[in-house]
Ligand binder design. Structure first.
Ligand code: F6P
Length: 529
């Protein structure tokens, strides 16, 4: 049996209990919430009680989370399958102490690169560059794309675009209408080998040359592979390097964040780093019972591994956080979507949940039906700011807040059959028709949610939020006994795509391919122009 055996037995008892009735205890919110700086995390609308919470908190010690955390921050090679340290936290360790990897302090190099980024960003912002195109994919795209959109009220630099998909539609739609003489292209790729990124980069370079631009001046690169950026012909003064101990999906804090720094300015970018740094400090200092990342992780483990709720909806009530679910999807699913424990044995329980979601209130008019009345329980994670950025539109923001709070209340309370019947009776229905119609209007309720609330989505706060989720994923990974920092699961598809490319181009037969793949190759060949 697994380490969760006792908790699973407990869950059978408490899962069906009314969450609403738990509020009979007067201090429930104080007990089931946490604060970090100005940020408030409320997890009282879950079916957790004190005894369950104690049992969950025991996992923090039994899994050695504090010592693993300290090992990560101090540069120990906790990414054991790649023999690498995990040091995205060092990228925002602005005025912290030295961080040692293989006997050398990595901080001077980090601070020097940050300074070069600042110089470059200031120059681009002062120059006649009108548009910046970041070409990258996965962690080299989602982080800066999400953050640039989230911080659009602070955007005072050139227009910023993101191209990720190898589908020619993406680069074509993006470059159409841009002036090749005033566009800066940033090629963002940790490895500088990713086929999508390199294909898009070559297309952008050809476009720039054909349209009067100068790639030797108007291309920059963000990568750990400086030899490959040189081979591509990028001026070394416009190359910003980083080390392999920064995972792709954790890389927005360093050079991969250059497009964000150009968009919001170095000052905004530093505030973003400071926000993350403040969450790092909270994570390292707060006791488990008050530790926001640890609590978020335990709520996640409770819902996924213990209660068996397979998915998790991320629901930011903030239009500008519309890419947060996509970003967290990579962060969580690429980190914790594993089947093998660090010691090589199979994981005896489910690992990472399916993460999905969309900005509220739009989602309410699309998929919330299933969340409220579907047969599966979907724990929801709401995010909401107390203030918007539109001083003339505070009535919009109040409506947004009301909707956010109403959803978590509705999910918890539900509507009983007798309440629904009363509604139908008020409409004049009687007998079996009243009952039939009432059943369709029944909300089971008792559906768990958490809410993360903060004063305003500014750069500092965004840094806090992203670091909070990073650490949550770390804690979940440690408790699950997996390595959250490799991603071997993406390799096989890449290898097969490489082997299929000549088959699709018609220069090789589909030898050795299964019947389905061979038939699809035939169909494409028949219909391709
Ligand atoms: O294929 C997955 C992945 O390796 C991600 O982990 C990474 O963020 C993305 O591809 C892009 O990789 P790179 O930055 O090396 O181009």
């Amino acid at each position: 049996m697994t380490k969760f055996k006792d908790l699973i037995q407990r869950s059978a008892v408490v899962k069906g209990r009314s969450i609403f009735s738990l509020f009979d205890e007067t201090d429930r919110v104080a007990q089931f919430s946490a604060r970090s700086g100005d940020m408030f995390f409320d997890f009282s609308k879950t079916n957790l009680d004190q005894d369950t919470m104690d049992a969950l908190l025991a996992l923090i010690d039994s899994a050695d989370v504090p010592s693993r955390r300290d090992a990560m921050f101090s540069g120990v090679k906790i990414n054991e399958t790649e023999d690498r340290a995990v040091l995205h936290t060092a990228l925002r360790n602005l005025d912290g102490g030295p961080v040692m990897v293989d006997g050398a302090d990595v901080m001077p190099g980090i601070l020097e690169t940050l300074d070069r980024m600042r110089g470059f960003a200031d120059k681009v912002r002062a120059d006649d560059i009108t548009d910046v195109v970041n070409i990258g994919i996965g962690g080299s795209d989602l982080g800066p794309a999400m953050a640039v959109r989230a911080l659009s009220p602070y955007h005072d630099g050139p227009r910023t675009h993101f191209v990720s998909n190898v589908d020619g539609a993406h680069i074509s739609d993006t470059l159409r209408g841009l002036d090749a003489t005033t566009t800066l292209v940033i090629v963002a790729s940790k490895t500088f080998t990713t086929i999508e990124t390199m294909t898009n980069a070559r297309t952008a370079r050809a476009w720039m040359k054909q349209n009067g631009g100068d790639p030797s001046r108007q291309f920059a690169a963000l990568s750990t592979a400086e030899d490959k950026t040189a081979d591509f012909g990028i001026d070394p003064r416009q190359v910003f390097g980083f080390e392999d101990w920064v995972g792709g999906r954790y890389s927005v804090w360093g050079p991969i964040g250059l497009s964000l720094m150009i968009a919001v300015g170095p000052r905004g970018f530093y505030a973003f780093l400071r926000g993350a740094q403040s969450m790092d400090r909270h994570f390292c200092a707060a006791s488990p019972r008050e530790n926001m990342p640890m609590l978020l992780a335990l709520v996640g483990i409770w819902h996924n591994q213990i209660c068996g709720y397979a998915t998790r909806a991320v629901l930011p009530y903030d239009q500008r956080l519309g890419l947060l679910p996509d970003y967290l999807q990579q962060l969580e699913m690429e980190s914790n979507g594993k089947s093998t424990q660090i010691d090589g044995s199979s994981v005896p329980y489910n690992t990472g949940p399916v993460v999905w979601g969309a900005a509220g209130t739009n989602g309410q008019h699309a998929f919330y039906q299933l969340i409220h009345q579907g047969t599966r329980v979907i724990p929801c994670e709401f995010l909401i700011a107390a203030n918007g950025h539109e001083p003339d539109l505070t009535h919009h923001h109040k409506l947004l807040v009301a909707n956010c709070l109403a959803q978590s209340e509705a999910l918890m309370r539900g509507r009983s059959l007798s309440e629904a019947s009363e509604l139908m009776a008020a409409r004049g229905l009687t007998g079996s028709e009243l009952e039939r119609q009432a059943r369709h209007r029944l909300f089971p309720g008792n559906r768990p949610s958490t809410t993360l609330a903060y004063p305003l989505l500014d750069p500092f706060t965004l840094g806090q939020i992203i670091a909070l989720y990073e650490h949550r994923i770390f804690v979940e990974g440690i408790i699950l006994g997996i390595n959250s920092y490799d991603q071997w699961g993406v390799e096989l598809g890449k290898e097969l795509a490489t082997s299929l490319q000549p088959v699709i181009e018609g220069t090789q037969p589909p030898t050795g391919k299964d019947g389905s793949t061979a038939a699809l190759v035939d169909f494409i060949a028949l219909h391709a122009d």
